[in-house]
Design a binder for this molecule. Structure first.
Ligand SMILES: [Zn+2]
Length: 108
C-alpha cells in the first residue's frame, strides 16, 4: 500500500467513524424534556425525532414523561369532546355551512 492509499483509507475510516458517532449520539433527558411538546406534536426534523425516540425508549424517566404527557392530552381531548354541548355543535356546524356557501360565492 502506498502512502497515498494509506492516507485515503485513514480518511475514509475517520469519515465513517464520525458518521456512526453522529447517529449514535443520544440526546440528554434535559434536551428531550425541553422539546417534549414538539416531539409529541411531531414538529421536529427526522434526525432529531429519531434521536429523541431512541432516548425515550431507553430512558425510563423520559419514557414516563412522554407517556404522561400523551395521557394528559388524551384526557383533555376526551373531556373537551364530552363537554361541548350539542347546541354549540349545531351553531358551529351551521356557521361552517354559511362560511362554505359564502366561500363558494366569493370564488365565483
Ligand atoms: Zn431521559
Amino acid at each position: 500500500m502506498t502512502d497515498e492509499q494509506r492516507d485515503l483509507v485513514d480518511r475514509a475510516e475517520q469519515a465513517l467513524l464520525a458518521q456512526a458517532g453522529g447517529k449514535e449520539r443520544q440526546c440528554t433527558c434535559e434536551e428531550l424534556l425541553d422539546n417534549l411538546m414538539e416531539f409529541l406534536d411531531s414538529e421536529l426534523d427526522e434526525d432529531q425525532e429519531a434521536r429523541f425516540r431512541a432516548h425515550a425508549e431507553d430512558c425510563p424517566t423520559c419514557h414516563e414523561a412522554a407517556d404522561a404527557e400523551q395521557h394528559i392530552r388524551s384526557i383533555v381531548r376526551r373531556s373537551c369532546a364530552e363537554v361541548a354541548p350539542s347546541s354549540l355543535r349545531l351553531r358551529v356546524e351551521s356557521q361552517l355551512s354559511v362560511l362554505r356557501v359564502t366561500g363558494i360565492r366569493a370564488a365565483d
